[in-house]
Design a protein. Structure first.
Length: 120
């Protein structure tokens, strides 16, 4: 093999390696984003269940639901309970959950509006 052939092979190999590195980076970024989104969904679900449990234990507590936030595993979940005066139904409250996390240098956001109600 001549020197030129060796150089051509090295260029081809470096292109293959760079392509593989890029694909691996993209895959890892997707996996990280999925894990954070899953963490956010679990945290939001837990907060909804806690609100439902609190209301089931004391139906009058629906009027005292308040805004809040929690942070775990790099995910921050905050929630805003709609003002009761903006909702004519006294047994239902709209709660909007917002989860945020960093994916590399970009901030990702997941917004989940839901309703909680007291049981009869």
């Amino acid at each position: 093999m001549s020197l030129v052939e060796v150089l051509i092979v090295m260029v081809i190999l470096s292109l293959v390696l760079l392509t593989t590195l890029y694909a691996t980076k993209q895959s890892w970024s997707g996996v990280t984003s999925s894990v954070k989104k899953n963490d956010a969904a679990i945290m939001i679900g837990e907060q909804i269940e806690q609100m439902k449990f609190r209301i089931a234990a004391n139906p009058a507590s629906i009027t005292s639901l308040s805004n809040g936030n929690i942070t775990a595993n790099g995910v921050t979940v905050s929630w805003v309970v709609a003002d009761p005066s903006s909702d004519p139904a006294t047994n239902v409250r709209k709660v909007t959950f917002t989860a945020t996390w960093m994916n590399g240098i970009r901030q990702q956001t997941l917004v989940v509006p839901t309703y909680v109600a007291k049981n009869y």
